[in-house]
Design a protein around this ligand. Sequence first.
Ligand code: GDD
Ligand code: GTP
Length: 414
Amino acid sequence: MLKAVILIGGPQKGTRFRPLSLDTPKPLFPIAGLPLIQHHIAACAKLQECKEILIIGSYTTTQLAQFVNDMQKEYHVIIRYLQEFTPLGTGGGLYHFRDQIRAGNPSAFFLLNGDVCAAFPLKELWTFHEERPSALVTIMGTEATRQQSIYYGCMVREASTKAVTHYVEKPNTYVSTLINCGVYVCSLQVFQTMAEAFQRKQDGFYSANGQNSPHPGYMSWEQDVLAPLAGTNKLYAMQVTNWWSQVKTAGSAIYANRHYLELHRPKQPATPPCHILPDVFLHPTATVDSTAVIGPNVSIGAGVTIKAGVRIKESIVLNNATIHEHALVMYSVVGQDASVGEWSRVEGTPSDPDPNKPFAKMDNQPLFNSDGRLNPSITILGAGVVVPAETILLNSIVLPHKHLTRSFKHEIIL
Ligand code: GDD
Ligand code: GTP
């Protein structure tokens, strides 16, 4: 029997995603028609041996209850949400709930960061791990560029055995282009290593009288567990070459949307309601005029209304939004219940990885550049925003419930 743990953090995390997570917790933001972590759940549930999925985070239970219920019904596997009483870090929560993870004595458990997107080759990862009896943890790794690697966990591997000999979390200078994807398989004995790390933390906490220390239960999986395991023949890395990405900024949602759509190739209706350029996810309850043109890389949520002559590409339109006649939406996220007026143009700038650099990842650019100007990125309309007719909105972020009265470019509209 296997289990899976998904780390989702809490409302204090994922601040760079904030314009999109004001109404919905980031792990539930829909990408290619499914909440972000439903992609993880689907991958875990595909494995027959995986009997339980534990979601660990510090969101309140009420924020997650409905989702967990729905997932449980859809995937027929036990799914539970375990709430941390305070953010305990990537390792602290795992250690705190160790008894729940060990219950039923699984052979191993998968550990997945909730904010990554990938095809999740869990079966291969599990086989790789099983083939190395001394392994406590196997990390899914991928290649990054030299410059970008330092934003991730970096590891050096022994070529023949694939054992990790050196691990540095977000190093200051270049260590290796092999980076940690935030997807792991772990043997239960890893809790022994965690107990030792926990003890060290406690000693440090009390000898410093708790001063300037985070909560004593706080532990970093990467720094307190993975780094000490490197070089002991207990940590391995399996390198993958297919698509993988983090979801940190709003721009990365559009990038992830495109790739998840490509991966899943949603079935198009037998008689499409309008001209569709694949890949498109169209919720069956959306009302679409036959003269609209949608795609490529568009996800349309439940209850959305799309009127005559509308053009939408490279965008996510959330539930119950309305796009009025002849409007254009490109590289944008349109929030729930938002409305885009007739002949208006809502347009953003893609922030894709550099296509000329092999292994380049998306740059998770901050909102503002060093001159204090907004970096060009996708346009976001918060929930309930109203864009009047015949206006242009370019590279802007509009916070929820704002009724605009004119055009804007490169602005955050509060
Ligand atoms: N439950 C819980 N509690 N989850 C947490 C907490 C916490 O206190 N802190 C972070 N998480 C979750 C986040 O929601 C995210 O899904 C995951 O743990 C990783 O957290 P970050 O702290 O944001 O790390 P990161 O994404 O910058 O880096 C990690 O992932 C990279 C790959 O995406 C590291 O593991 C890197 O080494 C790795 O390259
Ligand atoms: P935020 O709360 O939005 O910062 O998300 P987070 O809590 O997940 O932040 P994380 O722990 O990932 O912090 C990583 C830091 O690396 C950020 O504060 C960024 O300033 C910095 N960074 C800059 N460029 C990049 C990039 O391209 N990739 C990543 N991963 N980090 C970057």
